[in-house]
Design a binder for this molecule. Sequence first.
Ligand code: FAD
Length: 301
Amino acid sequence: MDLNTITEVVRRPSERPGADWHEGDAWLAGGTWLYSTEQPDLRRLIDLTALPWEPLVPTDEGLEISATCTIRDLYAFSWPQGWTAGILFRKSCEAFLSSFKVWNAATVGGNICMSLPAGPMITLTVALEARYELWAPDGSVRFVDALDFVTGDHHNILAPGEILRRITVAEHALRKRTAHRRFTLTRLGRSTVFLAGTQRLGANDLLLTVTAGTTRPVRIDRCNPTGSSCTGSTRWRICRRGSTAGPGRPISTSAPSTSTVRRPSRWSAAAPSHWIRWSPWWSPIASPRTRSTTSSTGSTT
Ligand SMILES: Cc1cc2nc3c(=O)[nH]c(=O)nc-3n(C[C@H](O)[C@H](O)[C@H](O)COP(=O)(O)OP(=O)(O)OC[C@H]3O[C@@H](n4cnc5c(N)ncnc54)[C@H](O)[C@@H]3O)c2cc1C
């Protein structure tokens, strides 16, 4: 749609954009959300897609994904043998409620920065313990765990003018086994619950990421303190938001601060209160109607 409050579009930003950031500015990536609704507070768009950022860079340490990498390019990537988690990337791309425009223009970074509960690039990168690189307007750089980035529905930790530059997935995560379950209310619909599990080959560990039915990503770690059998001594912990030391930190019992979170009355009192999103477009159906399932070991239902 026409954004009639916009008076300027920066088509060729500097290599290090953000130095002249001011109120009313917005980063423009694929524009699939920015152009889909009125933006009365915006005056200037700064086009990130003009920057010569390589979309996908495999390295000895893993995979670097540029924020401006499109969903189409991510889907088309040829996965090196041994990077078994590649299938989760494809399934996450397919999880978009995707039009031609979204598929071809929407970016990985745009999806993450939108920070919607059903953002599949959030599910993917949290499940694979990715790290985000953020650039501030003053030239400083910080790194955050994907798990810590989204704080609520359409809320994240970005400061004004801060930019998501790239996402890094470590090689050990790319070599994991993965499985997913995705629920939607209609066959090609937006995710209502998107679960992604990962496990090291030959190990008993399990990280389970829950999104879409939560206001922010929740990652659960099945830990086995004895390091032996999964049964008996197995415990589950919710990885704490704010953790920088990786998975397995003890459960945070505090409720989220966002006021958008309410627990439907039909939901079990045992469920953590921040697990269920409740908003006009969310229907309180306890058993979502459609399910897709895949595991990187090959089975699909
Ligand atoms: C038909 C349709 C279906 C959709 N389906 C889904 C869906 O299933 N799931 C879902 O989550 N969303 C969905 N969306 C919403 C949106 O299109 C996607 O989230 C998309 O991935 C946004 O990416 P983009 O590159 O187009 O972002 P843009 O629209 O360009 O930007 C989105 C926001 O992120 C900011 N931003 C973008 N890149 C950066 C960056 N690198 N650093 C900092 N800020 C940045 C922008 O300033 C803006 O606020 C849908 C939209 C449409 C129109």
